[in-house]
Ligand binder design. Structure first.
Ligand SMILES: C[S@@+](CC[C@H](N)C(=O)[O-])C[C@H]1O[C@@H](n2cnc3c(N)ncnc32)[C@H](O)[C@@H]1O
Length: 242
């Protein structure tokens, strides 16, 4: 079950505007091109920004996400007809042999349950052709970025045509070891509606991720850090062995 801010139609509809700066996707696009990929699977595609972007470049793209409302937003985008959209996750994919699988914008952290994480890596492994690559990021726990997840640091007001003004912010609500829980709040000026969505993310260390990838048949080729960015992501580039 995806979080409410991906699953509720009203919140899924504002995701792209509230998260307007997608410069984070450039690194992924560069790596996908560097790898010479043609067939791409975007796991946790959300509202489909990255999937559509790759399809626009002529790639054969499948986007999968458990949040039906987000996939509906994706389906409505110009160019979406070139992408194959699936509602679900990497554990229930139809047979495919892609060159690259991606999980952009910290999808890996949203997969909190250890057994779901293992089955996600297994499902991706099975969907990759020989020598295929998996790219994803996860925030570096040592940087404790959740300390900045409060209203003062995250408040933004966004003007959306046809929707009006949306105010949004996040508040950290609980930290229990590697599990960090926060609440996202959205206030719609058009009718005064206040909607909240609670999320828990798992922060895995670089070493933990490397062990998990090796156990599921991946060779880590590179770990690029985006430490200069506000959220301190580690970007893993790994290859299916065998
Ligand atoms: C922060 S959003 C990122 C969406 C998109 N990748 C992007 O770059 O905009 C996280 C996404 O992970 C999805 N998600 C949650 N659990 C998942 C799972 N088990 N497998 C795949 N995706 C999942 C959510 O539905 C949500 O769309």
């Amino acid at each position: 079950m995806a979080d409410r801010h991906f699953e509720h139609p009203r919140l899924a509809a504002v995701y792209d505007v509230v998260n307007g700066d997608r410069s984070d996707l450039q690194l992924y696009e560069d790596i996908v091109i560097e790898l010479g990929a043609h067939r791409v699977l975007d796991v946790g595609c959300g509202t489909g920004t990255f999937a559509v972007r790759l399809a626009d470049r002529g790639m054969d793209v499948t986007g999968v996400d458990p949040a039906h409302a987000s996939v509906e937003v994706a389906r409505g985008k110009p160019g979406a007809e070139r992408v194959r959209w699936l509602v679900g996750d990497a554990t229930c994919l139809p047979p495919m042999r892609v060159d690259v699988a991606t999980m952009t914008a910290n999808v890996a952290q949203a997969i909190v349950d250890p057994s779901a994480w293992v089955s996600t890596l297994r499902g991706i492994h099975a969907s990759l052709g020989p020598g295929g690559h998996l790219l994803f990021e996860t925030r570096d726990p040592s940087r404790r970025v959740w300390q900045n997840w409060n209203r003062a640091a995250s408040h933004r007001t966004t003007e959306m045509p046809g929707i009006g003004t949306v105010e949004s912010w996040v508040d950290l609500t609980h930290v229990a070891g590697p599990l960090v829980t926060f609440r996202s709040t959205f206030v719609f000026s058009s009718d005064g509606a206040v909607m909240t969505s609670d999320s828990t993310l798992r922060f895995r260390t670089r070493e933990e991720v490397e062990v998990d990838l090796a156990a599921q048949g991946f060779v880590v080729e590179d770990v690029r850090s985006a430490l200069e960015g506000p959220e301190s992501e580690l970007v893993f580039v790994s290859r299916r062995s065998g």
